[in-house]
Write a protein that binds this ligand. Structure first.
Ligand code: ADP
Ligand code: MG
Length: 596
């Protein structure tokens, strides 16, 4: 397909960027190794480089994945103590000690990440703080191994990097290499999945992202970078002690991340440099107690207050304002969205079979023992008054809620116990009543995430994913605006992007929660047409909507809920004539309502 302009354009830009970056890094390394420097300058630079690596870790876990880690100093400490104890008491090779420390940090980071399965937000923050405090206690009190508050001295450097400037060169090399990887990460499948989790965790799961695995990976990567930074730090300073890896230092790492700009390694480096140089440059004020800390604290508060995206975020905004990118022009390719080719477990089974499904919230029986079956290739509507349990049903079907009782068979496959991403892989796609897009991303990126799951039997190369995603956008009529941020789209178009994201995943059953809500009349007509085109592709649709014109226009079969119970189920026209359905909708009006 020669039409996927950007799929071929993007690697070109990346290669140019990579070359420029490599050149710049080589220059920086040559500079720090060859230009004579004062010991003090080397000291500051080693600290900046090694802290920078640890802050890159926070760029991943906090910036990309949106998870708080208030224990980065502990992971930094693992690397530092491994190199400290390893190269002195244990007479180990520097590299081996560094690898062991980073490996230990990786494992501990993954374990900490596993607590995110049950915990989020404030609780997760508390767990990481507790972890940090425990590690500090171990460093201070496990004297036979850590030497306690005295710390470990006479730490060795590797053979080739004995001189302090040689070692600085090594640190800058590591910083550049890791910085490059962190810079590229957002465009990889893992990085995209992390951003999806950060932007909208529920939607990420439903789009096929294994949310738990991605969070554990983010924590593990963050921790291993902490470990590497710490190991190099120990080599640079030859001495480590517990106070260097305390909770206070974890806060410093977080502040560096936020100050520079949480989402980018460039920001991480700016924040790190600033927080190391700023206190040093204010040191002359130390004769006036308190003033130094006050100015230091105030500057940070002011920067974070007036530059919410950090310094680098602010700079990028200014650059965008003064050097606007040329508008993206791309002929809409005439791509066909391939119909589902999925082989189902049981050929003859209905697309969906719901048996005795229930969901209770405490005493509220939101869904109460409902059963229905959706025929393959049909459009099936689930209707009922507000609060009758329609959205809850969809949430149980897509795995966002665990049902209180019941069984869900998707094309004959029992998916009742599967998490959301596994149901997506099994052929489920859905949209949300209140739109859930990944708000920091373009329309195309949103749809790529929908396409990028293991159940989608397509070529997983980036170009193929882009093609697939563009085809899905073309199908809903938005291909020409693929590269725009989703926040710039109208409400109706955001709904269409959500539908495209679900379609890109190649579902056999599409669940739509009130797709017509909030649309104007011409948008509703467009939606009707779109639904018919989706059905014509052979997809099965289960749609919730209040717009009876739409429902009667597209649906052959209707299931009606009221107070969580199924009150009717059957062929559309007949169901809408039943008195109890009419009563549920209109509060027992005697005359037959005009549903069209
Ligand atoms: P519908 O989509 O048909 O308007 P919902 O499924 O959203 O209805 O809600 C059904 C009932 O379940 C309502 O009474 C609602 O208050 C309740 N409910 C839905 N979600 C929750 C929840 N997370 N916790 C407690 N009650 C809920
Ligand atoms: Mg609802």
């Amino acid at each position: 397909m020669e039409k996927t302009v950007n799929a071929s354009n993007q690697p070109g830009r990346a290669v140019a960027g990579t070359l420029a970056f490599a050149l710049f890094s080589a220059l920086a390394i040559a500079l720090v190794v060859l230009v004579p420097m004062q010991g003090y300058t080397v000291h500051i630079l080693v600290q900046t480089a090694t802290f920078g690596i640890a802050v890159f870790g926070l760029t991943i876990v906090l910036g990309l994945c949106g998870q708080i880690n208030l224990a980065q100093a502990a992971f930094f400490g693992f690397g530092a103590y491994a190199v400290g104890i390893g190269t002195t008491d244990l007479h180990m090779n520097f590299w081996l000690a560094l690898s062991m420390g980073s490996g230990f940090a990786l494992v501990m980071g993954a374990l900490l990440g596993m607590t995110t399965l049950k915990l989020g937000g404030h609780y997760l923050a508390m767990v990481t703080i507790s972890f940090q405090q425990i590690i500090t206690l171990v460093m201070v009190n496990w004297i036979p191994v850590t030497h306690g508050p005295d710390g470990v001295g006479k730490i060795q450097r590797p053979e080739l990097f004995q001189s302090s400037q040689g070692f600085l060169g090594l640190c800058v090399f590591a910083l550049a290499l890791i910085g490059y990887l962190v810079w590229r990460l957002p465009q990889t499948p893992l990085g995209r999945a992390m951003r999806a989790v950060r932007d909208n965790e529920l939607a990420a799961g439903v789009a096929g992202v294994n949310v738990y695995k991605v969070k554990v990976a983010a924590f593990a990567l963050s921790a291993v970078l902490g470990g590497i930074g710490g190991g190099l730090f120990a080599g640079g300073f030859a001495y480590v002690s517990p106070d260097q890896f305390s909770f206070g230092e974890s806060i410093v790492f977080i502040t560096m991340t936020l100050l520079g700009g949480v989402a980018s390694p460039v920001g991480a480096l700016i924040g790190t440099g600033l927080l190391i140089v700023l206190p040093e440059s204010l040191r002359f004020m130390k004769s006036i107690p308190g003033l130094y800390l006050a100015i230091y604290g105030l500057s940070i508060v002011l920067i974070i207050r007036y530059m919410p995206d950090g310094i680098w975020g602010f700079v990028q905004d200014q650059l965008r304002r003064w050097l606007p990118l040329p508008p993206f022009t791309d002929a809409a390719p005439d791509l066909m969205l391939s119909p589902p080719q999925r082989k189902s477990a049981v050929e003859s089974a209905p697309a969906l079979e719901v048996q005795g499904l229930a969901k209770h919230f405490g005493g509220v029986k939101a869904v109460d023992d409902i059963s229905f079956s959706v025929r393959r290739g049909s459009v099936h509507a689930l209707i009922g008054p507000n609060g009758s349990g329609k959205t809850t049903t969809l949430n149980v079907l897509s795995g966002l809620y665990v049902g209180t009782a019941g069984k869900i068979l998707l094309a004959g496959q029992d998916v009742t116990a599967l998490p959301p991403h596994a149901r997506t892989a099994a052929g489920l796609g859905r949209t949300f009543q209140n739109i859930r897009l990944f708000r920091s991303m373009t329309a195309l990126e949103n749809v790529i995430i929908g396409a990028e799951h293991p159940g989608n039997e397509i070529d997983k190369g980036h170009a193929a994913l882009v093609t697939r995603a563009r085809a899905a956008l073309a199908f809903v009529g938005l291909e020409a605006r693929a590269q725009e941020l989703v926040t710039g789209f109208s409400y109706g178009h955001q709904r269409l992007i959500e539908i495209a994201r679900a379609l890109a995943g190649n579902p056999t059953l599409l669940l739509l929660d009130e797709p017509a809500a909030g649309l104007n009349s011409s948008e509703k007509i467009g939606l009707q047409d779109l639904l018919k085109r989706i059905a014509a592709k052979g997809l099965t649709i289960l749609i919730i909507d209040h717009d009876m014109t739409l429902v009667t226009e597209v649906a052959e079969h209707i299931t009606v809920l009221n107070f969580g119970k199924r009150i009717a189920d059957g062929v559309a026209a007949e169901v809408l004539r039943q008195p109890d359905v009419i009563a549920a909708y209109l509060g027992s009006e005697p005359d037959a309502p005009d549903f069209t």
